[in-house]
Design a binder for this molecule. Sequence first.
Ligand SMILES: NC(=O)c1ccc[n+]([C@@H]2O[C@H](COP(=O)([O-])OP(=O)(O)OC[C@H]3O[C@@H](n4cnc5c(N)ncnc54)[C@H](O)[C@@H]3O)[C@@H](O)[C@H]2O)c1
Length: 348
Amino acid sequence: MAKILVTGGAGYIGSHTIVELIENGYEVVSADNYINSIPLTYERIEVITGVKVPYYEVDLVDLDALKVIFREHPDIKGIIHFGALKSVPDSVANPSFCFDNNNISTNNIAICAEEFDVKNIIFSSSCSVYGNVMPEDLPVTEDTPLKNAESPYAYTKQNGEVMLRFISNVRDINAICLRYFNPVGAHVSGELGELPSKRVNNLVPVITQAAAGVRPHFTVFGDNWNTRDGSCIRDYIHVTDIADAHVKGIALQLAGKTKGNYDIINLGSGDGVSVFEAIQAFEKACGIKAPYEVGPRRDGDVETIYSNPKKAEMVLGWTPKYGIEDMMASAWKWQLKLAELGLAKEKL
Ligand SMILES: NC(=O)c1ccc[n+]([C@@H]2O[C@H](COP(=O)([O-])OP(=O)(O)OC[C@H]3O[C@@H](n4cnc5c(N)ncnc54)[C@H](O)[C@@H]3O)[C@@H](O)[C@H]2O)c1
């Protein structure tokens, strides 16, 4: 089976995708600089798959260092490019760092793809590219016009898509941009999950941390949005379902069955779930309360967004398998595993 380079492979979605790639017979090489992960992730992957993944500690911004991987693995057939800074608040606080990291990394990946004749790239994009959509635009399809980016992070995702569109126009490179909605949960075995080195600020890990007493409570950012219960609405999707879509995407590219050289596909469930509904789903699935307080709205957040997932079904033959309570139950299983591993600490 083909060899795939996974950038950001020690990260949350990258590691779950490596598991699915291995279980589908692919060989994997991983590249990460651990700016938001730790190499221990590879041990967790090995616990599930029995495979030691070859990995490089490399900053994707460093083109020369990146090229070493391609020289040492001339049989790489595809790149799944997860490596990026993903924190919206951090990007708002430090835009230039986020621009440098995310944009240069993506361009370097494209430069290497061309130089080392790797024809397939899958790019981690995000529903944040849609910006603050109007209620009449919901659910968003891939043709919904993009609004202004609400954060530097979202801008890097718009930018990454555009870069790959221009590059795939003039080079023999096939690019698929997958726009994830809100990936949550953990591997169903409970052996792998989100293990960030930076402080987490997305909803599900802060719910499980609060429920476990790792943090005293978490904050719901605003209960005065114009939604059914005043909290923001998102489209949550199990991380293993997201991983599975990448395996289907790379298989399509390797089989030469993509339509054209460039495509964009939403990965969401199609259901909007409010923050308060997500908290209730956690409490129902896990039988435990997660203490929270309501705070002011957060810069860079959009009010409501959920997807129309039909294109993913049509093009990739992909539909999500897991529901919101499965997502919460697996996340909780991982929180308990973190405690067992002595890693259930809150980062400051
Ligand atoms: N998790 C989400 O909610 C979400 C939603 C939409 C899109 N995405 C995108 O999906 C991708 C993966 O997200 P994730 O949740 O797994 O995040 P993550 O932070 O867990 O993983 C990203 C990985 O990339 C690495 N990385 C960052 N910059 C790097 C660099 N310059 N060189 C080498 N490695 C680098 C980090 O150390 C980390 O291991 C990202 O591109 C993110 O923007 C994530």
